[in-house]
Ligand binder design. Sequence first.
Ligand SMILES: O=c1ccn([C@H]2C[C@H](O)[C@@H](COP(=O)(O)OP(=O)(O)OP(=O)(O)O)O2)c(=O)[nH]1
Length: 184
Amino acid sequence: MNLAELYEIQRGLDDHIEQEHPRQEGEDRLADKILALQTELGECANEWRGFKFWRKDREPRINHTEIYFVNGENEHGPRQKLTNPLLEEYADCLHFGLSIGNEMDTDIEKNFPIRTERDIREQFKMLYHFISELTFIAEDCSFYEKLMSWLLGLGGMFGFTWDQVEEAYMQKNKLNHQRQESGY
Ligand SMILES: O=c1ccn([C@H]2C[C@H](O)[C@@H](COP(=O)(O)OP(=O)(O)OP(=O)(O)O)O2)c(=O)[nH]1
């Protein structure tokens, strides 16, 4: 699947959310989406953990065992599943990255060169820089295009293949639709 197709899948989700949560007069949803992406990037950095100089364990959270209960089936005890919190946070970033592009409603060339800095810290620095620029000049597509180039680069720097990213994106996309259907 290419990026242009993901934009269309994202549009379907954004439309669904829009139906359930109609835009209010005067609401700046683009600004909220940009802030949401900043927040998700922070969550992503928190799962990457490389900046946590005060701890010995600074390994990225890519294997996490989640313990959960199934309603009505607790007599069988808790269940376990293996999750990849870093990949999940990255998939949320991708959602908002695509959604911002759709929101800007411009003729964005949906094929960005993948850009990587010398390390992940620098990559985050560039990403926050471009997002910050976008908060001030939201109509400038060049900041958006740069943001996407560095965001796509970040996934590869985390060691994720495009197939993994796509699968994680599709799983969360499905969950996001289900949440909207169940009155989230
Ligand atoms: O217009 C929108 C609004 C939201 N989302 C998606 C992006 C992301 O995948 C999810 C929101 O993030 P998350 O699920 O982390 O937010 P939350 O509602 O705060 O949940 P949680 O408490 O699980 O973090 O909704 C969109 O795709 N388009």
